[in-house]
Design a protein around this ligand. Structure first.
Ligand SMILES: [Zn+2]
Length: 676
């Protein structure tokens, strides 16, 4: 039992209140004070307890409960709304001389008085205006064109780092401006995930933040770990006693909003310049992307007397740090295989000092870029390190060539597994699903719900098995013994027996699930079903000609060629024969063929809202197995909307289009009828 558990049993409503305030406080200590009062696991456990209690006591409803951050329907778009006060941008410069000139102008305009300045790192994120009314988050609006921005309140509510309710004694209206950004660790985690799924990577944390904020699904946003840092004010009613920016930061921090821990008060321009230079040396280590230092006049009265130009305030300037460059020699290029099978060139160079660190490796993005820039082994190359980003090779210096330089060739086969390498667009991929570099992620996919659906097989077990060296092919899973499993940490006898039973069951899933599970390039769940519909078993598929594959519905020339090349490879033959050896069925599962009398057959179905008896993903799978095509949004093609509780905008749209709408009881009735 932890200190946050219900020590002396409270009435449910009192416990709900206690949990709400505890969780609000936990967020504040985590994000604002950087001094967590509980672990993430504890937080999730208490949040779950609160959700259970709230469900049992609907009269306790509070729109700002910590449980309300996600759970609404994904939004369908963003409304553009005006700002109460214009959101201006800041003049910026790359030159220290310009900062001095700005200082001179400020002093002159203030009749010779040198004002107190505040320096603050400029975070590279997305600017936002948060409006709190009577202490509650009322609106979040992006900068937009400064006059109007996108209303993204529901997405910002999903960020644990933004309080829904202010602490202390909040003013009637408080508009705080700041930056929403993604810490480097979260950025790297997200890109690793995108790479594993073969999706395009975000170029930097700022793009990733902007992309996340535009996401239509609050649950995605919550999982991405966005942060907020306040750096300005909009409309404020109350706080009349606050007369400087530094006081304002202190007050809003006490209200529960994050502010920079690196602001510095400077009383002379020399101190400002020292601060800019000092941060230039350490900004690579702060854990998030910054691109400059904002210098502002602290006192609001002085700010007002300085005023603004048409574009920007005169009381503020941003110094931007230049990207640093250096020249060195390119020694060799290796191809690294990512978790999604992409082969990325990695340059090794003669070590060189750039932006304060010695650099020996750089990224060159992809083979097309290497060709376009005509970079060769042995070239002198210009490299650039822009703060947080991995150094990259900008261009070669052809004038310094000796003639001995060599062209950079794409690898003939995968450096990790010797699998077939395929180029798609500018990128190269290893097509072998059992490639050592990719296998961990592939195996997690293989055992997952839509694929082989092996019960009790979480990511952790996959990690344990790989770390123990027990599995290096998909087929090895089915060779696992009770003894193997019991040797794993925290594996009891019952769990081991359950895993073995699940593996036995999964052997019979049939060819479509196996193909989907292997994660062959271009072959997702629906393509796998088409293949299993067209070929009786794996042998028939392995013998298929390229034009036979191309003739299949939804198979284009690229998919057909890629699949044919893979099927012809050594690795494909071995994957299938090993699976057959351990008794995995590679026959098309004829029982899965759709019953044409099903009422769902050939329907185009959209599922919305929440259901008492189903998860949406399970329901979609079930309806698909009954012949329906399940899509994400209501259109003229939709023939049926299955609407649970809180169906929202899709319901309205379906109604306006005259689409048939079923509620959950009606759905259950039809499903029961099909079963009998
Ligand atoms: Zn490989």
């Amino acid at each position: 039992m932890s200190e946050f558990d219900d020590q002396t049993p409270l009435l449910p409503l009192a416990r709900i209140e206690e949990l709400r305030s505890l969780l609000h406080r936990a967020n504040r200590f985590y994000y604002v004070e950087a001094d967590p009062i509980m672990s993430d696991g504890e937080f999730d456990r208490l949040l779950a307890e609160l959700a259970r209690l709230e469900e049992a006591h609907p009269d306790s409803h509070d729109p700002d409960s910590p449980t309300s951050r996600v759970g609404g329907e994904p939004v369908s778009g963003f409304e553009t709304v005006p700002h109460a006060r214009r959101m201006m941008s800041i003049d910026n410069t790359y030159s220290i001389e310009d900062v001095r000139a700005w200082h001179e102008r400020v002093v002159k305009a203030l009749d010779g008085e040198v004002p107190a300045y505040v320096c603050e790192p400029k975070i590279d994120g997305v600017a936002i205006n948060l409006r709190f009314e009577n202490g509650r988050l009322a609106a979040a609006v992006t900068r937009g064109d400064g006059e109007r921005g996108d209303l993204v309140t529901s997405n910002v509510r999903a960020m644990d780092s933004v309080p829904l309710v202010l602490a202390d004694d909040p003013p009637a209206v408080l508009e705080v401006r700041g930056e929403i950004y993604m810490p480097e660790a979260a950025f790297e985690r997200i890109n690793a995930g995108r790479e594993a799924r073969g999706e395009q990577l975000f170029a930097n944390a700022r793009n990733s933040t902007a992309g996340t904020l535009k996401s239509l699904d609050p649950a995605v946003i919550r999982a991405r770990g966005l942060r907020f840092c306040a750096h300005g004010r909009g409309e404020i009613l109350g706080l009349e006693d606050v007369t400087t920016y530094s006081e304002l930061l202190g007050r809003i921090r006490a209200l529960g909003l994050s502010v920079s821990t690196r602001t510095k008060a400077c009383s002379t321009i020399e101190a400002v310049i020292e601060c800019i230079e000092a941060f230039g040396l350490e900004r690579g280590d702060v854990g998030f992307a910054t691109d400059g230092m904002v210098v502002r006049v602290d006192a609001f009265a002085a700010q007002e007397s300085l005023g603004e130009t048409a574009k920007a305030p005169r009381w503020c300037i941003a110094f931007k740090y230049p990207a640093e460059q250096a020249v060195t020699r390119l020694l060799k290029v290796d191809w690294q295989v990512g978790k999604g099978g992409t082969l990325t060139p990695r340059a090794t160079m003669e070590p060189v000092l750039v932006a304060g660190t010695t650099v020996q490796h750089a990224t060159m993005h992809n083979i097309e870029e290497i060709r376009r820039k005509d970079i060769r082994i042995g070239d002198r190359v210009v490299i650039e390190k822009a703060g947080e980003i991995i150094p990259q090779i900008i261009e070669p210096v052809p004038a310094e060539r000796s003639g001995a330089e060599e062209e950079i060739l794409p690898p003939a086969d995968c450096p990790e597994c010797s699998g077939v390498v395929e180029q798609e667009g500018p990128k190269l991929y290893c097509t072998n699903p059992e490639c050592t570099a990719q296998f961990r992620e592939r195996l997690k996919w293989f055992v997952g719900r839509g694929q082989m659906d092996i019960d009790g097989f979480g990511e952790k077990l996959v990690d344990q098995l790989l770390d123990a060296g027990l599995v290096s092919h998909f087929a090895d899973l089915f060779r696992l013994t009770r003894k193997d499993l019991l040797a794993l940490e925290r594996m009891g006898e019952t769990s081991a027996d359950n895993v073995l039973a699940a593996l036995r069951e999964a052997r019979g899933r049939g060819l479509a699930r196996v193909l989907a599970g292997l994660g062959i390039r271009h072959i997702g769940t629906s393509a796998a079903k088409i293949l299993a519909g067209a070929f009786a078993d794996a042998d028939a598929l392995l013998a298929a000609k390229e034009d036979e594959l191309e003739a299949l519905p939804d198979f284009g020339a690229i998919t057909a060629k890629s699949l044919h090349d893979y099927l012809a490879s050594e690795s494909a033959r071995s994957t299938f024969s090993l699976l057959a050896e351990v008794g995995v069925s590679l026959e098309s599962d004829r029982s899965g063929v759709v019953d044409e009398s099903s009422v769902f057959n050939a329907q185009v179905v959209v599922i919305t809202g929440t259901f008492a008896e189903f998860k949406r993903s399970e329901l979609a799978e079930r309806l698909e197995s009954l012949g329906a095509k399940v899509t994400g949004s209501v259109s003229a093609k939709t023939t049926l909307l299955v609407a649970g509780e809180n169906a929202g905008s899709k319901h309205a749209k379906a109604e306006s289009l005259g689409v048939e709408i079923w509620d959950e009881p009606r759905l259950v009735e039809e499903l029961t009828r099909l079963q009998s």
